[in-house]
Write a protein that binds this ligand. Structure first.
Ligand code: ATP
Ligand code: MG
Length: 396
């Protein structure tokens, strides 16, 4: 026998809880794993593992559509169904607008209800990759501007894509994001358009807003104008991350300098952090502060890779000085290369444009930390790799 459908039931303000008790009674394929009324602690309630959320509504009950909205936003990948005794004009529309996957109008037998719930779950699974765990999110951080975060985020993404990983790159530099430029992509659709479209952030909608680079990396481009940045809501961002993580093998996030609220929200859900510093005392001081801040936030610093950019610059600071200032040695060092500005201007990251260069090798070394496969020979690049599997092994 197939596993029972695990259901979370919430009852809207004016609905009668007995409705749902009678409706589901006696069907062994339905297992109620959580029950809450409108006043219960939402977040904790919705955290519970379940296959589907059922919102029981009285006709036209606004609190019901509000509950649908919360459930959808909290876990965009989990379907939500409304159960009601009658659906007057306009109610169906507001339920679907809030993000409901279906509306069950009672009375119906428990068997019929089970069939509808199964159908909704199957439909959702058709969008997701069956059995796929959430992909790791890797945040590229650097407290100081201009240290090479965008360079590293783009090259890391392409280096992982060269190992056949499906990578989504998010440009979180909401005011001055330049990933589109660095990859030669035109901003036909951006994060601003996605925010305007609003939830539910299902795979289809997200995919429509990603722009594909020739390397295979899919990019969520930052808003094109600084004034559009305020349209990006942190709640939406969390939902977007949750959905993206079920759509690919790795989500890489390029960030603006500093610990802005959206950067903190990103750190909260990241599996790994790539902290970027440069070889000058101001940048190194800020890198140290950045690492200390992560520690204060309770972030496990074992999950932080320290990347030293322009590591070969002759500026009177030795690698030993770096360890002394920052308190740890860099995990990966990227040399300066005059091909880098050229590769940025041409929209082709150096890891693809100059595969033999020292910089490309360093980016592959960085990708190794996440893909855990041997460094591939520059040419020819492998057409398939087990690296993607080991990415999954590192997921939280
Ligand atoms: N290793 C390098 N070799 C040569 N040039 C480099 C190197 N690293 C960075 N640069 C140059 O420095 C510029 C800034 O790099 P990048 O945009 O990646 O920094 P950033 O940390 O993303 O900056 P911001 O904080 O403004 O977002 C790049 O346009 C590039 O020309
Ligand atoms: Mg940048």
């Amino acid at each position: 026998m197939a596993d029972a459908i695990r259901i979370l039931i919430t009852v809207a303000e004016h609905a009668d809880p007995r409705l749902v008790e009678q409706a589901l009674e006696g069907d062994p394929s339905l297992e109620v794993v959580g029950f809450a009324d409108y006043l219960d602690d939402w977040r904790e309630f919705l955290e519970q593992p379940a296959d589907i959320v059922v919102v029981v509504c009285a006709a036209g009950d606004e609190s019901g559509t509000h509950m649908v909205d919360r459930a959808v936003k909290h876990r965009p990948d989990r379907p939500v169904v409304v159960m009601t005794e009658s659906s007057p004009n306009g109610f169906l529309r507001s339920a679907f607008e809030a993000g409901a996957d279906d509306v069950i109008t009672l009375p119906q037998s428990p068997g019929e209800i089970a069939f509808t719930l199964e159908k909704v779950i199957a439909r959702r699974k058709g969008l997701a990759v069956p059995g796929k765990a959430a992909a790791p999110l890797i945040a590229v951080l650097g407290p100081k501007g201009g240290t090479g975060k965008t360079l590293i985020a783009t090259n890391l993404s392409v280096a992982l894509a060269q190992r056949d990983a499906n990578v989504v790159l998010v440009d979180l530099d909401l005011q001055f994001g330049d990933i589109g430029l660095a990859l030669g992509l035109s901003p036909e659709r951006t994060m601003y358009d996605l925010m305007k479209a609003g939830p539910p952030f299902d795979h289809e909608k997200l995919d429509r807003h990603l722009i594909k680079h020739s390397s295979g990396v899919k990019v969520l481009i930052a808003p094109t104008r600084p004034d559009q940045a305020s349209a990006v809501s942190i709640d939406y961002l969390r939902d977007i991350y949750a959905s993206l993580r079920t759509m690919c093998d790795a989500v890489i996030v390029d960030t603006p300098p500093g610990f802005t609220p959206e950067v903190i929200a990103t750190i909260d859900v990241s599996a790994e952090i790539c902290m970027v510093g440069m070889l000058d005392s101001l940048s190194l001081k800020n890198t140290k502060l950045g690492l200390e801040t992560l520690d204060l936030m309770g972030y496990d610093t074992d999950r932080v890779s320290l990347v030293l950019n322009r590591a070969d610059s002759r500026v009177g600071i030795t690698p030993d000085d770096v360890s002394t200032i920052v308190g740890r040695a860099p995990d990966v060092s990227i040399p300066s290369d005059r091909e880098i500005p050229r590769s940025i201007n041409e929209g082709t990251p150096i890891v693809a444009a100059k595969q033999q260069s020292g910089a490309a090798k360093a980016f592959r070394e960085l990708a190794d930390r996440y893909a855990k496969t041997p460094v591939p020979k520059p040419e020819p690049l492998p057409s398939s790799s087990s690296g993607v599997r080991s990415l999954i092994g590192r997921r939280r």
